[in-house]
Design a binder for this molecule. Structure first.
Ligand code: SF4
Ligand code: SF4
Ligand code: SF4
Length: 165
């Protein structure tokens, strides 16, 4: 892992695994991990709140202390570790709705630089959501409310006019 990885997404990835593996015998693992996964999902979708970070910390600590077996006792580790070492990334997701690693799709915004755009319409033709508008040979624009953030347009533009922020 490096700076191209989103630490919130990494914690979510491991939790998805443990939620899937939980046998369901004890409550902390069966229900607590699901609640943590719901919170992490909200954060990666830009719907998180600062109170969620405390909630995550509390849940993770309780689950770690009270789960019956090693799976539940270790499942909160990625959450605790990333919260401790990369808390700024969590705060960025919640407050600025920004994923610096550009891994959380819901937080990405695709834009066209009008100075670089030649109006060739290649991007518009490839867009599965028909989110790109513009007349031929004039700068095109992306409607952020329609864009599904698939990234297709970037690969179609030969003029480097599309970027993601
Ligand atoms: S901690 Fe162990 S016993 Fe408890 S639900 Fe998870 S896998 Fe089952
Ligand atoms: S492919 Fe690039 S140059 Fe062509 S319309 Fe889209 S953004 Fe503009
Ligand atoms: S990211 Fe996908 S949906 Fe959004 S404008 Fe580009 S091609 Fe269309």
């Amino acid at each position: 892992m490096d700076e191209d990885d989103c630490m919130v997404s990494v914690a979510k990835f491991y939790l998805e695994f443990t939620v899937g593996e939980s046998c369901g015998k004890c409550t902390p693992c069966r229900i607590g991990n699901k609640r943590m996964l719901e919170i992490l999902t909200r954060i990666t979708e830009g719907k998180g709140e600062m109170a969620d970070l405390d909630q995550l910390q509390n849940l993770a600590t309780v689950i770690k202390d009270s789960a019956l077996c090693g799976l539940g006792q270790t499942s909160p580790n990625p959450v605790l570790s990333t919260l401790s070492n990369f808390r700024d990334e969590y705060v960025e997701h919640v407050r600025a709705h920004k994923c610096r690693a550009k891994k959380c799709k819901a937080l990405l915004t695709y834009t066209i630089d009008p100075l670089r755009c030649k109006g060739c319409s290649a991007c518009a033709k490839s867009c599965p959501a028909q989110a790109i508008m513009g007349e031929t040979r004039k700068p095109h624009v992306i409607n952020p409310y329609v864009c599904i953030r698939c990234g297709m347009c970037i690969s179609r533009c030969h003029f480097g006019a599309i970027s993601v922020i």
